[in-house]
Design a protein around this ligand. Structure first.
Ligand code: NAP
Length: 246
């Protein structure tokens, strides 16, 4: 169990990281600092201390660990946040600080699923059939790459309507958040006439309803596989990780 003089750095930006911070603040006397990349303008409140912004690469993170006498780093970043996870593994090794990584299991296809598994965004872009109506279930920062596919109609769901035109020849935007309800996701996919979905294999429950909806509608999913995992002991769930810390 971490003591009052221990400092834990959580690399965050996910709901799971916030859950870990809350539990550690409630159940241990340790100093708990959550680090956010600073991508979101109004991040949800997190228990304990927070710091925001990059560290300046792996060496910068190592410097931070030494300067703040960090005893434990918990990498609870998103499975596709590859750079920060690699940096954490390197910095922990250089400084001798203990590292634990949360890595929620990837989704696995069911026999009814029609997945085409690809290794990258580029491969996903190239795999989209011509003349399809493709639901692009990706963050705004990843979609520009698809602009060259002017033979495809793209359907995008965004929390806020985009301020500027998107870079596609043909597209529509559905304003709203992903729903955890499979029927709602099924209605949405049917309503917009999607013929294909492109998404990343993030794992977890938050975005899984659209995968189940695709299964229900028999829609093909172009599924972008996870990048290679960074080093360090990894835990498949928040509870497994916390059980090893507390
Ligand atoms: P990334 O490509 O792995 O990281 C790019 C750079 O952003 C890192 O080199 C680091 O800068 C900085 N950074 C990333 N996470 C940080 C953190 N927690 N604290 C401080 N600096 C951080 O990461 P990304 O894919 O852009 O994701 C950024 C953040 O958003 C992550 O914290 C992740 O958990 C969260 N997030 C990402 C996704 C996704 O799809 N990738 C989805 C949901 C949430 P320096 O090198 O300067 O330290």
């Amino acid at each position: 169990m971490p003591g009052a003089t221990d400092t834990i750095l959580i690399l965050g930006g996910t709901l799971q990281a916030a859950a870990i911070a809350e539990r550690l603040c409630n159940d241990t006397p340790a100093r708990v600092i959550t680090s956010l990349a600073g991508r979101t303008q109004n991040p949800l409140p997190v228990a304990g201390e927070t710091r925001t912004g990059g560290f300046g690469g792996a060496a910068g993170l190592a410097t931070y660990l030494r300067a703040h006498n960090v005893d434990l780093v918990i990498d609870a970043t998103h499975p596709f946040a590859q750079t920060i996870s690699g940096n954490a593994a390197w910095a922990a090794e250089q400084t001798g600080v203990r590292l634990m990584r949360l890595c929620r299991p990837a989704w696995e296809p069911d026999t009814q699923d029609r997945w085409l598994r690809v290794a990258s965004l580029e491969a996903a872009r190239d795999a989209i059939p011509s003349s399809s109506r493709t639901f692009l279930a990706l963050g705004r920062q990843h979609i520009d790459l698809f602009a060259c596919r002017d033979d495809v109609h793209f359907i995008l769901r965004m929390v806020d309507a985009p301020a500027d035109d998107l870079p596609f020849r043909s597209y529509e935007v559905i304003v709203g958040k992903p729903s955890p309800d499979v029927d709602a996701e099924t209605d949405l996919l049917t309503g917009c006439g999607a013929s294909h979905i492109v998404c990343r294999n993030s794992g977890g429950t938050g975005a899984f309803a659209k995968i189940l909806a695709a299964r229900q509608c028999g829609l093909p999913v172009i599924m972008i596989d996870r990048p290679a995992e960074a080093g360090g002991p990894s835990f498949a769930s928040v509870s497994a990780l916390l059980a090893a810390v507390i």
